[in-house]
Design a protein around this ligand. Structure first.
Ligand SMILES: [Zn+2]
Length: 476
């Protein structure tokens, strides 16, 4: 039986978080009253003139540089013509033959190996409006043009992706980079990051390119992976049964777990591209590009590597901690105030991320700040609180935002390190369990654990474990 491999390319649309829209000065905001962020330009009135937003250009160059692209010294805008009710002027301002960025790549790590995914191009364009179908029980649709003219980058990969998992990993990496650059919030649920995929199959090892199918309507990275998996098995069945894969656009349906035909694929000629006569071409010199290059922040891959080298963290920890810029900043603020980076990593990665997850909170919303954690770690070092109590204190800090010292005082959680006080408790327990003492002396060393447990129970976890052990051993 023939073994097949998939040839996958992605097209990602990213809404940029500029203050204003791409070609007018309307606010670029999500969630406003419908048709409130609009003006004659983004409503596509005849006779209006678009003016390029400088931030759109800068964000595009940043993204291109971060993805190792060549930045064009000359690029221009074109009209992409199509008829659809969300676009009153019947063309989208986009870039066709002279895009802003070309020939880049992103390296992703798949099962410990680096895979290089080529970026064919990144270009600037505007978003269209949004149709609201059958609101309530209406038998009509409404159009909201707030999104019309919102600046977009379209990022097109080479068909270098071979598995649905690689596609998901690529998207996760891309999202991290865009968030580090602070050019987009990348909220898929609000549509600020959208992904279409092209996929064809061929016999493994062959270099032919077979008919490809485009898949749309995927609302999460998981959905992209699932849709591609489903499409691979659909195409494979067609090839195995002598059927034919038709070039078309298919929609992913999360509920059925299947793709279905949306429409026959348009080709470039259907869009009748031509240069937009209202916008002058963009000419860039090296100086402008270099200036933006110098202002780029440290990117996720570089930061991960630095965490490994500078803080001696395992690659896994470094990967988790640099997964978002905010989390990495949080971690570094802790490390600046505390001497043991690995200990900090454990508390942040295990305890803090667990609490954030279960409470569906973002690191930015955490009441437990780096200084909270630093204070608590110092209290542990001084023996003021035990490791066990620290977990309670940590959760309480997370919930209330109170300081560790205050929680310890209010709840009476100070560690008991006073030998006389502990000795009295231990003597009492030993006296109450002569049979266990007997077992211990006969060689049943596990009985020691029983006594430690009893002491902890009696002191509600506050006894200093080292001292308890020392005192118990001396008596048994
Ligand atoms: Zn406007």
């Amino acid at each position: 039986m023939t073994k097949y491999e998939a040839v996958i390319g992605l097209e990602v649309h990213v809404e940029l978080r500029t203050k204003t829209k791409a070609f007018c000065s309307c606010p670029n905001e999500f969630g406003s009253e419908p048709n409130s962020n609009v003006c004659p330009i983004c409503l596509s009135m005849p006779g209006t003139l678009p003016v390029l937003n400088k931030s759109l250009l800068e964000y595009g160059i940043k993204a291109g540089l971060a993805m190792n692209c060549e930045i064009a010294h000359y690029c221009k805008f074109d009209r992409k013509n199509y008829f659809y009710p969300d676009l009153p002027k019947a063309y989208q301002i986009s870039q066709n033959d002279f895009p802003l960025c070309r020939n880049g790549y992103l390296d992703i790590e798949v099962d410990g190996e680096v895979r290089r995914i080529g970026i064919n191009r990144i270009h600037m364009e505007e978003d269209a409006g949004k149709l609201l179908h059958g609101e309530g029980k209406a038998d009509y649709s409404l159009v909201d043009l707030n999104r019309g003219g919102v600046p977009l980058l379209e990022i097109v990969t080479e068909p270098d992706i071979r598995t649905p998992e690689e596609a998901r990993l690529f998207l996760e990496n891309l999202k991290q980079i865009l968030q580090y650059l602070d050019v987009s919030d990348c909220k898929m649920e609000e549509g600020s990051l959208r992904c279409d995929a092209n996929i064809s199959l061929r016999p493994a090892g062959s270099s032919v390119l077979n008919t490809k199918v485009e898949i749309k309507n995927m609302n999460s990275f998981k959905a992209v992976q699932h849709a591609l998996e489903s499409e691979i098995s659909r195409q494979q069945k067609l090839y195995e049964t002598g059927g034919e894969v038709v070039q078309e656009t298919r929609a992913w349906d999360e509920n059925t777990g299947k793709t279905s035909v949306m429409r026959a694929k348009e080709t470039a000629s259907d869009y009748r591209y031509f240069p937009d006569p209202d916008l002058v071409p963009v000419v860039l010199n090296d100086e402008m590009i270099d200036e933006i290059r110098e202002g780029l922040p440290e990117l996720p891959a570089a930061r991960k590597q630095r965490f490994i080298e500078e803080y001696g963290l395992p690659a896994y920890d470094a990967g988790v901690l640099t997964s978002s810029k905010e989390l990495a900043d949080y971690y570094e603020e802790c490390v600046r105030g505390y001497h043991d980076p690995k200990k900090v990593s454990n508390w942040v990665m295990v305890e803090l991320l667990r609490l954030l997850n279960t409470n569906s909170l973002d690191i930015k919303e955490s009441k437990l700040t780096p200084s909270h954690l630093i204070e608590m770690l110092n209290m542990m070092d001084k023996g003021t609180i035990s490791g066990k109590i620290a977990k309670t204190v940590f959760e309480e800090m997370f919930v209330s935002g109170k300081r560790a010292a205050q929680i310890v005082e209010e709840k009476g959680l100070l560690q008991i390190s006073d030998e006389d006080q502990l000795a009295a408790i231990i003597d009492e327990i030993i006296a109450a369990h002569p049979e266990v003492v007997e077992d211990y002396r006969k060689g049943k060393k596990k009985a020691l654990g029983f006594f430690v447990g009893q002491v902890m129970k009696k002191t509600r976890g506050k006894a200093n474990p080292q001292i308890v052990n020392k005192l118990l051993l001396a008596r048994l």
